[in-house]
Design a protein around this ligand. Structure first.
Ligand SMILES: *Cc1c(COP(=O)(O)O)cnc(C)c1O
Length: 364
């Protein structure tokens, strides 16, 4: 069997979730497990967290239905709401909470006759210009929802922060002040914070928070302050050296001869590539850990393999352990080298990488 695996420490997800709760003691924290729990396995993560969390959040009705089919009974918030009448039916059948972001979704819900009234959140446009209702329509929408038999009382007003990962950006305060005034005016419960909000912006903590990335032990800002340094990376992507060869000065590695040895060099091949979700844009120099030591990637990333320069490592053999990212090499750092963010690397893991779970007993 190929030695490439992603180990997922479920106890560390619990630890990170508890950290989110400690940072925002007055809020209820919904665990965001969309996109296969950021690559960590949605069902396993949901099972390990379900006794701790008041609710889960996913992007799609399809993801929520998968959770219900697997026996998850906690409330599930669907962040993009229903796309059509069939979704509303599905939401009613599975008792899902819908986050509504456009008038058409509201109209569809009001004209549908679900068996039980549905729990509804409203997405407010506060600057992201992606999903959300304009503040000016809230009066009418609240009146309509409050008088509809299709809707449960207790609507929550929600927005998403555009720039919370930049601690100097004034946008976050503008968004917070707009949504807080709307929630007061319309007497609605409130949800603002994602991971960056929970970690770095106490003024974004509200009735409900929505941590995602931090649950997996990663800091969205890459700034490790006192709070984020308590996070524990949950996934370790590991492999082994599967070949070693010596190159003379002038010989090259991989497709396109992108990297050429400047002196005699020892090159190791590792059985992971973009077919697994390792970023193809990672350039020569991207860090990889071999035997716990940092070595640079060399040459282009292929579908099934990468190469590293082992010249500076004293003793290294085929089968020696490799960490691509994890506890000792943060996914943020690998992502930054590849010109992307850790979110993309985690969510982009392909089904070819076996996920191995370590037990969910918490160490807290
Ligand atoms: C994905 C998502 C989150 C979680 O964001 P993180 O940065 O991963 O904490 C929260 N809210 C909404 C609406 C989202 O789409």
């Amino acid at each position: 069997m190929r030695p490439t695996t992603a180990t997922v420490r479920l106890a560390d997800i619990a630890h990170n979730y508890e950290l989110a709760c400690r940072l925002a003691l007055k809020s209820k924290n919904i665990a965001v497990i969309k996109a296969n729990a950021y690559g960590h396995g949605m069902l396993e993560v949901a099972q390990s967290l379900q006794t701790r969390v008041p609710a889960f959040a996913v992007a799609l009705v399809e993801e929520a239905a998968q959770l219900r089919d697997a026996g998850i009974t906690r409330p599930i918030l669907v962040l993009q709401g229903a796309n059509d009448a069939a979704d509303i039916k599905e939401a009613a059948a599975h008792d899902l909470w819908l986050l509504l972001h456009r008038q058409q979704q509201i109209d569809e819900l009001l004209s549908s006759k679900p068996k039980k009234p549905l729990r509804v959140w409203l997405k407010l446009e506060t600057g992201m210009h992606r999903f959300g209702l304009e503040p000016a329509v809230l009066d009418q929408v609240c009146t309509d929802l409050r008088s509809s038999p299709s809707v449960q009382q207790g609507v929550v007003l929600c927005t998403h922060l555009a720039c919370a990962d930049d601690l100097a950006d004034p946008m976050t305060r503008q968004q917070v002040s707009l949504i807080r005034s709307c929630s007061e005016k319309h007497n609605l419960a409130l949800s603002i914070a994602n991971s960056a909000g929970i970690l770095h912006w106490p003024e974004t903590h509200a009735d409900w928070n929505r941590p995602g990335y931090m649950l997996y032990g990663n800091c969205p800002t890459g700034v490790f302050g006192s709070e984020s340094s308590q996070l524990r990376p949950v996934m370790t992507m590991s492999s082994e050296i599967v070949a070693i060869r010596n190159l003379e000065k002038g010989e090259s590695v991989g497709y396109g001869q992108d990297w050429v040895a400047k002196k005699s060099s020892k090159i190791g091949t590792i059985a992971i590539g973009y077919g697994d979700g390792y970023p193809r844009h990672a350039p020569s120099g991207t860090p990889v850990l071999v035997n716990g030591k940092r070595v640079p990637l060399v040459g282009r990333v292929s579908m099934d393999a990468i190469c590293v320069d082992l010249t500076e490592i004293e003793s290294v053999e085929v089968s020696d352990p490799v960490e691509l990212w994890g506890e000792s090499l943060y996914v943020n750092e690998v992502a930054a080298a590849a010109g992307t963010i850790g979110y993309e690397l985690l969510a982009g893991l392909t089904g070819r990488v076996p996920l191995l779970y370590e037990p969910s007993e918490t160490t807290l």
